[in-house]
Design a protein around this ligand. Sequence first.
Ligand SMILES: [Zn+2]
Length: 502
Amino acid sequence: MTVIDLVSYEDALASFDPVMGLEVHVELGTATKMFCGCSTALGAEPNSQTCPVCLGLPGALPVVNATGVESAVRIGLALHCEIARWCRFARKNYFYPDMPKNFQTSQYDEPIAFNGHLDVQLEDGEVFRVEIERAHMEEDTGKSTHVGGATGRIHGASHSLLDYNRAGIPLIEIVTKPIVGAGERAPEVARAYVAELRELIRSLGVSEARMEMGQMRCDVNLSLRPHGREKFGTRSETKNVNSLRSVERAVRFEIQRHAGVLSSGGTIVQETRHFHEEDGSTTSGRVKEEAEDYRYFPEPDLVPVAPDPAWVEELRASLPEPPRVRRNRLREEWGLTAHEMQSVLNAGALDPIVATIGAGADQAAARKWWLGELARRANEQGVDLIALPITPVQVARVAELVAEGTLNDKLARQVIEGVLAGEGEPDEVVAGRGLAIVSDDGALGTAVDEAIAANPAIADKVRGGKVAAAGALVGAVMKATRGQADAARARELILERLGVQG
Ligand SMILES: [Zn+2]
């Protein structure tokens, strides 16, 4: 193992400007593959979702998935790209066992979308524009599983298994132009860009873009150049980084590693590198091929794609509000500070809150339940908020029961617990667990009378004018009713019984 000399982040930035290039692959959520009718559903038996086309058998002819093209155009439009009037697929030739055709059907010099940009908002509110070089269509490869080794990598494995269910699933690759001028904020810009792109993809409904499931993955290109120099340095490409935090760490690590090599008079090798979650480091992969090594040529088995300009304009007109614009609008409508909005976003609570408000809850209540009790439970279980088995409609109902006085917060938390435990709708949990607040004067009156009888000294104090002492009697009522009494009504009844004005 090579020893890597890292330079401190501050020292690296004192001498060099980082230049980044981010390549993001997104798996589209189409029902079928890009060039055949095979299902894209996850979790099927290995090699059960294959056919002669995606297995590359001789004589099989591919046909383009129209929904895949539509998704690509919509992504291009949302990224403010120009859309090609006419473009072709290309064969990218290389051998790899998980690619049965011995070439990947991709696009080369004729991408479907090009010359766009995405504005990303940094934590302090500053907006940084990332220029987009291109977005092109291609297909995913199969999946290799290396068996017998300790690390799951091919080294040390006794044999490898191949599953071609993923081979041919549509991908969009989105490539930025060189990102310059980010300086010390390069890691933050990289993270913010991938986060914004993920939001954009989700808002378009073309993919769930779940990085932990490999539906979205980022290759991080990085090079350094001394301050004041125009020419870019040699870049490294860290492949398949699959979380926002890892993107940020990979950029940071590579800045420090490049600076270490360059400062000691060494040269950077153009290569691909692997990122390691455990310690945030990268290690050498293979020496990077140049484009000419792939012998790209236009795919002869597919007709060119020529989107009708009128259709493209229709798609443009139907684009949803961009996520950044939507976030800023909601922040204003809800009257939140930037910090409060950031908490909502960090918790992944924006869409659940919007949906809960849509189901009738007020904003403050929706935010309180999703950021409080539900975030706590999601955190305990180590899952995303949206993975909790409770719907915005159910949360809105809980909030409504609190607003109308049927539940207090403590009881509402028990209702949420019941819903999460599969006990049914909020009203069923209230009935099943007997959780509604006791506010009818009959049942409450009995509890009040008992509390007064059991605490004569306190009752005398209240009668003598120490109204504050009534709190202890309210406490006794709450205890006797296991927290289900309407505390305000109990206090009124106590003061009434003791002949005192509240
Ligand atoms: Zn197929």
